[in-house]
Design a protein around this ligand. Structure first.
Ligand code: ADP
Ligand code: ADP
Ligand code: MG
Length: 671
């Protein structure tokens, strides 16, 4: 008889069953520990960074996650075929799938994570709450039973008392969650939460909780080994959220004092101890300011683990791998020390000004700051890579550490400011506005903070000053200069051939789109040894010199270092006042000054129509909902871009639509 191999044992080759930032993160530590790494990828990720960084890579199948990153059989086969002995699941995808952990065990592979039994016990929100109740961990009052009929759920909600939160038991990333303020709204919320949960997690079991108004999110990192040791590595606070999804995470929590820290960490150890937990995991709580209540356990590494690494000095992936080797944890609870403050921002390809619609396409520019002065960048993309509509739109994380929270915020803001990603729209300016908001600095926040302050956080910097226009002109001139140099010496550019005397050139810049744009004409006068810009009728002396990544611009008697990217006719300019986007109007390109807003409502990305919210003939205010699309597993509501009458609806519920497909038509109100 062959002895079945131990669940946790030493291995030399690790397959990472994930993509993007987390796959690159795991590869980095695995390589440092001398392991051979195997990446897996889909047809959409052939040229992706994680594939390039691994020692070997295996194509799983078509782009759709269920054909590739969620295809258990293919992943196990890839491990066999490359001689991998262990599998790290990352986060998302199969990281909390007991079925996957079991399939690994059955195939004789070490699963870098807890046992399938532990995932089953803690992976569902309903199941884990039942367990925690027994272990004496405080819970949010609620219903987490098996019966799922509407009458049972409605009776449970009444008993809990409104407002309640309807949640997908299998949920993650804030999906499948609805706040219900009164009984009348419950039925509709159940239908849409079930629909989203089914689509995203393949399981529409719901639970209902008392909705704690404006809470804080506090969570504790724990790690257990297979020898019965279990430690907590302090807490993180992830209160800055949008739609129940974390945006900024920090450690330690600026809200807890030492005694409260010990209370919540002890509760977390009790929670994980209840299943003799093995591996890295997180116990999540919400706090109403007085008490903390358990909400769920994540049986995997989390997106925000770097902030814990920065304050504890522990490499959590290294600990995961040591635990998977069957080793004991390197440190005991009293050997773990907390130092300084760390804060992380999630960089997404999405457009905050358009309701955070994901943005897809080719990344033309990718520039991140050096990882010095307390900065760390965890990224999964490079210049030239494509962001596809098939997966989560997170591109990278910018993490900053400093001795104090204020200093860490300053470093994070600098890190964000020095991160330039072009080709897709990112949330970087929004993140920067968020972390430097006075109430965030003062820790006067709750989970509703972003929603309440959305307008201020997504506002474009109000007016463009002279320096911004000068920066735009300088960027264009530098681009032309570089292009000319690349073409080599030309007789036309030698001094003798240059036409003499003063010459003029004018640039038409457009800011904003559709009905809301403004145009600015800037005149450049040059030749004869000096140049000047005429902005709003004022003439100012102007000069520029390339300075590394940036450009030094002299305007009037001031000098300033600016940064700019010219991407075709699109200009992205960063000055000391912030970031600005401008479109250079080609005078021969037929772009009239009165370019009006689109009257057609088109699909911004490929998706499925899941609800129609307005009827033909309806008079809609600007911002009124028209229809809901499911895009990248998230529901996105398309809204009226201006006030008008809905004259046509060209799709129906269930339609799968391509990017750019016309979905409806809106006729502007005559004004
Ligand atoms: P997910 O699996 O999507 O992370 P969670 O249960 O962790 O789901 O909840 C996500 C977020 O929703 C929490 O961080 C918190 O901000 C909010 N939330 C969850 N439960 C409650 C509750 N009962 N009351 C108020 N807010 C809650
Ligand atoms: P956390 O509590 O760490 O935010 P969640 O349970 O909220 O974890 O969900 C995990 C997060 O990871 C979600 O934001 C999800 O959209 C995202 N995600 C899942 N898979 C990937 C991936 N491969 N690359 C980037 N992000 C991912
Ligand atoms: Mg959670």
């Amino acid at each position: 008889m062959m002895k079945s191999p131990a669940l946790y044992r030493r291995f030399r080759t690790l397959l990472i069953a994930n993509r993007g930032e987390i796959a690159c993160r795991v590869i980095r530590t695995a390589r440092a520990m001398g392991l051979r790494t195997v990446a897996v990828y889909s047809e959409a990720d052939v040229g992706a960074q994680h594939v390039a960084e691994a020692d070997e890579a295996v194509l799983l199948g078509p782009a759709r996650a269920r054909d590739s990153y969620l295809n258990i059989e293919r992943i196990i086969q890839a491990a066999k075929q490359t001689g991998a002995e262990a599998v790290h699941p990352g986060y998302g995808f199969l990281s909390e799938s007991a079925e996957f952990a079991q399939a690994c065990a059955d195939a004789g592979l070490v699963f870098v994570g807890p046992t399938p039994q532990m995932i089953t016990a803690m992976g569902s929100k309903s199941g884990s709450k039942a367990l925690m109740e027994k272990a004496g961990v405080p819970l949010v009052p609620g219903y987490h039973g098996a019966a799922q009929d509407e009458a049972t759920l409605a009776a449970a909600a009444d008993k809990i008392g409104f407002p309640v939160l309807v949640k997908a038991s299998a949920g993650g990333g804030g999906r499948g969650m609805r706040v219900v303020r009164e009984a009348g709204e419950l039925a509709a919320a159940i239908v849409s939460a079930k629909r989203e949960a089914k689509a995203a997690f393949g399981d529409d079991t719901l639970l209902i909780e008392r909705y704690v108004d404006n809470p804080r999110h506090i969570e504790v990192q724990i790690v257990g080994d297979s020898h019965g040791n279990l430690v907590s590595l302090f807490e993180r606070e992830c209160t800055l959220q949008r739609r129940h999804q974390k945006v900024i995470e920090e450690a330690p929590s600026p809200t807890l004092d030492a005694a409260q820290r010990e209370t919540v960490c002890a509760a977390a150890r009790r929670a994980a101890g209840a299943v003799n937990y093995v591996g890295a995991g997180t116990i999540e709580f919400v706090s109403d300011g007085k008490d903390v209540f358990f909400i769920e356990m994540n049986t995997r590494l989390q997106v925000e683990h770097p902030v814990t690494e920065r304050i504890s000095g522990v490499d959590l992936v290294e600990w995961q791998l040591r635990v998977a080797f069957g080793e004991a944890l390197p440190l005991k609870q009293d050997q773990l020390k907390l130092s300084g403050h760390a804060i992380e921002a999630r960089v997404y390809a999405e457009n905050p000004a358009k309701n955070f619609m994901p943005s897809v396409g080719k990344i033309t520019t990718w520039r991140t700051p050096a990882e010095v002065d307390g900065l760390r960048i965890d990224a999964g993309y490079r210049g030239g890579d494509s962001v596809s509509p098939y997966y989560d739109a997170m591109l990278a994380k910018v993490i900053a550490w400093a001795p104090t929270r204020q200093a860490a915020i300053d470093r994070l803001d600098r890190g964000l400011n020095e991160t330039d990603v072009r080709g897709v729209v990112t949330n970087i300016p929004f993140l920067s506005a968020l972390v430097t908001h006075p109430e965030v600095r003062a820790n006067a926040i709750d989970t509703g903070f972003i929603e309440r302050n959305l307008a201020a956080l997504t506002a474009a910097p109000s007016t463009l000053g002279d320096l911004e226009f000068a920066a735009a002109v300088a960027a264009i001139l530098r681009g032309e200069d570089e292009a000319a140099k690349a073409e080599g010496p030309s007789p036309w550019r030698t001094a003798g051939w240059m036409p003499v005397g003063r010459r003029k050139r004018s640039f038409l810049f457009r800011r904003g789109q559709g009905h809301d744009h403004t145009d600015h004409t800037i005149e450049l006068t040059y030749g004869g040894g000096s140049s000047a810009l005429t902005i709003d009728g004022r003439e100012l002396a102007f000069a520029w010199t390339a300075a590394g990544d940036g450009i030094d611009v002299a305007l009037g008697d001031a000098r300033s270092r600016i940064h700019a990217v010219v991407d075709g006719a699109e200009l992205y300019v960063r000055t000391r006042s912030g970031r600005f986007e401008l479109h250079l109007v080609d005078p021969f390109g037929g772009e009239s000054e009165e370019a009006v807003g689109e009257d057609k409502i088109v699909a911004p990305l490929p998706g499925t129509v899941v609800a129609l919210l307005a009827e033909v003939g309806a008079k809609l205010d600007k911002g009124a909902p028209i229809l809901t699309l499911e895009v990248m597993k998230m529901e996105q509501t398309l809204r009226a871009p201006f006030a008008g009458t809905l004259t046509a609806v060209k799709c129906k519920v269930g339609d799968i639509v391509q990017e750019g497909a016309e979905l409806a038509e809106l006729e502007a109100d005559a004004d």
